[in-house]
Design a protein around this ligand. Structure first.
Ligand code: AHM
Ligand code: MG
Length: 337
């Protein structure tokens, strides 16, 4: 018997009581939006969705047409339901409060509408990442400060990967579940529950072209992996880099591995490339819920108190023993300095 996302959420609400109805509605609406984005992705050139939009986002990155389409789909789907106070997105400079003509809810939704933008035009897996927070004070009008909560405060997080299959991966704090889009039925069907990442791995993911810019602990870690059987690790490693965080994280949730997008010297004032609130936090929670670990090298990512909506962070996540090793290398380097 197949279990739809709707049924999964209803049963979680019933048996565990940790999904209030408003949150269930929110997650169903996000899933519906992802279905819409998936259809657009599938049309590709036939849908006129490829190529640049000719604009830039707040991070100065060129926006692709699909970045903007995906952002609009998520906003339009979520504005009217009454479950949200506001949304924030990689593609919007500031928060998008729910318009006054609609009822206001207590949840805050953050997303990277289209992750892996450099892969859109080349037909490689891309995705949507989302994080849900609750507004601390329901009586005040919403502002950006309401969003500045640590990742530990998330009430739901997930992503949808648009690859050979469209898969929605979700946590509400009770493990990680995966749902595959059944295009004939038009619904997400539960295909894996209680996802677990092996603690050890022989596969790492990092953009090796930045090697000369990395800090010493990251150089040490990757250098030891590269030495394989002949080096201190005594085993060979494999490397994968999709350049879509969703796809790299999905592989790690499926068979283990470690993903790094660390701080580097190209722009020393920037904490990293990836954004804390709508990329690193939701992925960190999924990884931790699956038994893995996630750190900036100095701190557990979900403990970081954000100062800005679009703040960046160094990311090291995946199989627990490998992440702990990289963190240890950072500690040893700090102690020696
Ligand atoms: P995006 O949100 O603008 O697509 O950027 C984030 C992406 C991640 O998905 C991926 O891990 C990384 O950027 C790839 O970076 P690089 O081009 O340095 O390989
Ligand atoms: Mg992204």
């Amino acid at each position: 018997m197949s279990v739809s996302l709707t049924r999964y959420l209803v049963e979680q609400q019933r048996s565990k009581g940790h999904i209030p109805s408003e949150l269930r509605l929110l997650l169903e609406v996000v899933a519906r939006a992802c279905k819409g984005i998936s259809h657009a992705v599938n049309k590709g050139a036939l849908g006129g969705i490829l190529g640049s939009a000719g604009s830039a986002n707040i991070q100065g990155e060129v926006q692709k047409k699909l970045d903007i389409i995906a952002n609009d789909v998520l906003i339009e789907a979520n504005e009217w339901g009454g479950h949200l106070a506001a949304m924030a997105s990689e593609e919007m400079d500031s928060i998008h409060a729910v318009p006054n003509r609609y009822p206001q809810g207590e949840y805050l939704l953050l997303f990277d509408p289209l992750d892996g933008s450099s892969n859109i035009d080349v037909n490689v897996s891309i995705g949507t990442i989302f994080s849900v927070l609750k507004k601390a004070d329901a009586s005040t009008s919403v502002n950006e400060a309401d969003f500045l909560q640590a990742g530990t405060q998330q009430v739901a997080a997930g992503y949808c990967v648009y690859g050979p299959q469209t898969t929605l991966v979700l946590t509400v704090g009770d493990g990680v579940a995966m749902f595959t889009l059944d295009r004939e039925q038009g619904s997400f069907v539960l295909t894996q529950e209680d996802v677990q990442i092996p603690a050890d791995t022989q596969e790492f993911a990092i953009n090796m072209s930045n090697m000369r810019h990395w800090a010493a602990p990251v150089q040490r870690y990757v250098d030891e992996c590269l030495q394989g059987k002949d080096g201190p690790r005594g085993k060979d490693f494999n490397m994968r880099w999709v350049a879509s965080m969703v796809a790299d994280v999905h592989r790690i949730l499926t068979r283990g591995g470690i993903f790094l997008y660390p701080w580097d010297k190209r722009e020393p004032g920037k904490a990293g490339k990836l954004r804390l609130m709508y990329e690193a936090n939701p992925m960190s929670w999924l990884i931790e819920q699956a038994g893995g670990a996630s750190s900036s090298g100095a701190d557990r990512i979900m403990d970081i108190a954000p100062a800005q909506l679009h703040q960046r962070v160094s990311v090291i996540l995946g199989s627990r023993n490998e992440v702990e090793r990289v963190v240890r290398y950072h500690q040893e380097a700090a102690a020696a300095a």
